[in-house]
Design a binder for this molecule. Structure first.
Ligand SMILES: *[C@@H]1O[C@H](CO)[C@@H](O)[C@H](O)[C@H]1NC(C)=O
Ligand SMILES: *[C@@H]1O[C@H](CO)[C@@H](O)[C@H](O)[C@H]1NC(C)=O
Length: 407
């Protein structure tokens, strides 16, 4: 893959993008300044195992509860979390737990606290994810914590770790930790398909190149801070989300919205091309990628094979396929919503998000599933240290062409 060339009109477009970004980032950083200074690292723990999570609503454990954002980007109201695992809605976009909660359990770690939770204990890692977030700063700008900001939050945690554990122990923890990244869907849905201006400026191929370019930079910057083992959740067949299926009613009589799925596939292909290149260039970089696309499509098309009855409709929502995003009745669209009786029969919890049962099955696949779902390493390999880092892996790799990574 070669670096994308931007259209000639880019100078104007790019400069205005940079200006918009700058203005929005100023507003945004003031809205973030409530971060409680007393957050700490407990020094009593002896474990060096840690888990850091970056991404969107697939893995947000409650960061958006602390944001001043729209109800669509929140899940801190009923019936979210209704299955009783948690006492009350936590901000997870599910009827209960999400992927990283199961992974933490399998790794014998406590649940990872949202970074923004006051007085959170970061000694086993932290969750930086934000529902609605994208790789690009433009995606739902001002309403979410974009990936770049999530990285700066990680940097804050590394400083706290150094203060509390001492530099040597903190470095050890950071290089031994597992970094899980689940992001991109919002860049293609709201950020591109829902944004005519973006579609005028970039064709799909250019846009995917830009998302992957920024994602690659994020991975590189974590690597430069000492991160070595990365898990990636690839994108699902986006066009089969009830919300997108509903948009496509006339065109294809209830089929999936294939243009959205095609973007997800292009993203996944680009990501699986980039990761081996990174492994080649970054000494000690190890990754676990996944094939969420086929994995979920199989459950959508053949729910009965996996213990479900319905792979098409949302348990909670309204309109065709439950695709109108009204779950909870707090959103702008509509106050009325319906809720299914037996959530265990459903692949989809609401118009955009799968049920806890899907999250659990997926976690098992990421933990130790077959090579068709996860590879070249699985998360069990990482957490159980079947993959040992050598001294050479941990020392910084040589600078790559002035910090630009070409793929
Ligand atoms: C930070 O946490 C402490 C202890 O819980 C609390 O007293 C204080 O009000 C909090 N500060 C902010 C800005 O939330
Ligand atoms: C990252 O995204 C911005 C838009 O947010 C874009 O201008 C830039 O070219 C992208 N960088 C890469 C390396 O793709």
């Amino acid at each position: 893959m070669t670096k994308q060339n931007f259209p000639l009109g880019c100078s104007v477009v790019c400069i205005s993008i940079i200006l918009i970004q700058f203005i929005a980032s100023m507003n945004f950083s003031t809205s973030q300044s409530f971060k409680n200074e007393t957050s700490s690292i407990s020094t009593t723990t002896t474990t060096t195992k840690a888990f850091f999570i970056f991404g969107d609503s697939t893995v947000d454990s409650g960061n958006n509860n602390y944001l001043n954002t729209i109800p669509e980007n929140k899940a801190d109201y009923k019936p979210y979390g209704q299955n009783g695992f948690f006492q009350e809605p936590t901000g997870r976009f599910s009827d209960g737990r999400v992927i990283v909660d199961f992974i933490a359990e399998y790794a014998k770690l406590p649940l990872l606290p949202p970074f923004l939770q006051p007085n959170a204990d970061y000694s086993n890692g932290a969750n930086f994810a934000s529902g609605g977030a994208g790789v690009l700063a433009e995606t739902h700008q001002g309403l979410v914590i974009d990936l770049q900001t999530q990285l700066s939050h990680f940097e804050e945690v590394t400083k706290l770790l150094s203060e509390n554990l001492g530099e040597k122990k903190a470095k050890e923890l950071i290089s031994e930790a597992i970094y899980f990244i689940s992001i991109g869907s919002n860049d293609y849905m709201g950020g591109y398909l829902g944004n005519p201006k973006m579609q005028e400026s970039y064709n799909p191929e250019q846009y995917v190149g830009m998302v992957i370019g920024n994602l690659t930079h994020a991975v590189q910057s974590l690597y430069e801070k000492g991160a070595r083992r990365f898990g990636f959740l690839s994108l699902s067949p986006l066009g089969c989300l009830p919300a997108l299926r509903a948009l496509n009613q006339e065109a294809n009589k209830g089929g999936c919205f294939e243009a959205a799925s095609a973007l997800a596939l292009a993203h996944n292909n680009a990501l699986s091309n980039v990761l081996p290149s990174l492994e080649h260039v970054l000494e000690g970089f190890k990754y676990s990628n996944s094939n969420f696309y086929d994995w979920l499509r199989d459950r959508i098309d053949n729910p009965a094979n996996y213990g479900f009855k319905d792979g098409v409709n949302a348990c909670c929502g309204s309109g065709p396929y439950g695709g109108v995003f009204s779950c909870g009745g707090t959103k702008k669209v509509i106050e009325y919503f319906s809720l299914c009786d037996n959530v265990g029969e459903y692949v989809w919890w609401d118009s955009f998000h799968p049920t806890e049962k899907i999250h659990e099955q997926l976690s098992k696949a990421l933990w130790n599933g077959p090579p068709s779902s996860v590879g070249p390493y699985n998360l069990e390999n990482f957490f159980n240290k079947e993959i040992k880092l050598t001294i050479a892996d941990v020392v910084d790799a040589p600078q790559i062409q002035n910090g630009e990574f070409h793929y």
